[in-house]
Design a protein around this ligand. Structure first.
Ligand code: ADP
Ligand code: MG
Length: 287
């Protein structure tokens, strides 16, 4: 019994004092909070039980996020510290990442140097490789779900947001597509099933973003156009933005943004791509 569906844990809510909103997602709101017994700062994600089309699926998603994260301990994956529920809401307590989203850094800095991009991509790949080794697929990798652990220069990234995304793709795909399928793989859009390779596609889109400062399919004029571009992997290394970027970097992106899932490298294969090895000792060590 995970505690969910029996509000016996409701009293825990009182132990947390929320201070500010960190982010708002599809179902949940994430606030910074102080765990008053120790003074520890945490991220408290709350998900309303009612007001969804399918409350059962929301519960299943929360349960999934808990079950997945409960088993996982990795330096680049957000730690789940606790969970509980009240009559109205489910709560997940996470380690606080104070450095903000990669999304904001891309918006602020524009493009990253290749060396910095490699560091980001290698970190994501090693965490995703760890998940894939355990048959866990994230399914919603995007710069909004990649958080800097601290505000320090050179802080590590952690992957957040497990589970809730699954039901969006499986059962509420239309909702997602009305939002942003910018990072979704062709097979996700075509609903022909998506496994580990879908994460590799998303990493390809993220890599494109950090190198260029803008996403690969943002030329699309409307939703049908965007879906068409993704399902045909129609993207370009536009001039002048890509002029000074290395052939290895472009090759890396192209190898991930393949329409057919089985033509993409695995996370472990991608980690030893020449572009990563050129800039990262950790990648060379993995050879
Ligand atoms: P959703 O499934 O609703 O997208 P997320 O888990 O992605 O929920 O959380 C939404 C946002 O809240 C994230 O994009 C991030 O900005 C912020 N956030 C989530 N978890 C943390 C955390 N542990 N530390 C700091 N900020 C977080
Ligand atoms: Mg999210």
């Amino acid at each position: 019994n995970l505690g969910i569906s029996q509000p016996a844990t409701a009293g825990k809510r009182k132990l947390y004092k929320t201070t500010k909103v960190l982010g708002e997602g599809t179902f949940g709101i994430v606030k910074e909070a102080i765990y008053t017994p120790t003074g520890r700062l945490v991220a408290l994600k709350s998900i309303k039980k009612r007001g969804h089309d399918s409350p059962e699926e929301v519960e299943a998603a929360v349960r999934r996020e808990m079950t997945v994260l409960e088993k996982i301990r990795h330096p680049n994956i957000i730690s789940l510290l606790d969970w509980f529920e009240t009559k109205e809401k489910y709560y997940l307590v996470f380690d606080l990442a104070t450095g903000g989203e990669l999304y904001d850094q891309i918006a602020k800095r524009g493009k990253f140097t290749e060396r910095d991009a490699v560091r980001i991509v290698f970190t994501i790949l090693s965490a995703v490789g760890f998940l894939h080794d355990r048959d866990i697929v994230h399914r919603d990798l995007k710069p909004e779900n990649l958080l800097y652990r601290t505000l320090e220069e050179g802080a590590d990234l952690v992957i957040a947001d497990f589970g809730v995304a699954n039901i969006i793709h499986e059962d509420e795909l239309l909702k997602t597509l009305c939002g942003s399928p910018m990072y979704a793989a062709p097979e996700v859009i075509k609903r022909t099933g998506h496994g580990k390779p879908a994460d590799l596609w998303s990493i390809g889109v993220i890599t494109y973003c950090v190198l260029a400062g803008y996403p690969p399919f943002d030329f699309a004029q409307d939703m049908p156009d965007l879906m068409d571009a993704i399902t045909h992997a129609r993207f370009h290394f536009d001039s002048p933005y890509w002029d000074s970027i290395s052939t290895e970097a472009k090759d890396f992106v192209s190898s991930l943004l393949r329409v057919r899932p089985n033509e993409r490298p695995t996370a472990r294969q991608a980690m030893i791509h020449p572009w990563l090895c050129k800039h990262s000792q950790r990648a060379r060590d993995a050879l």
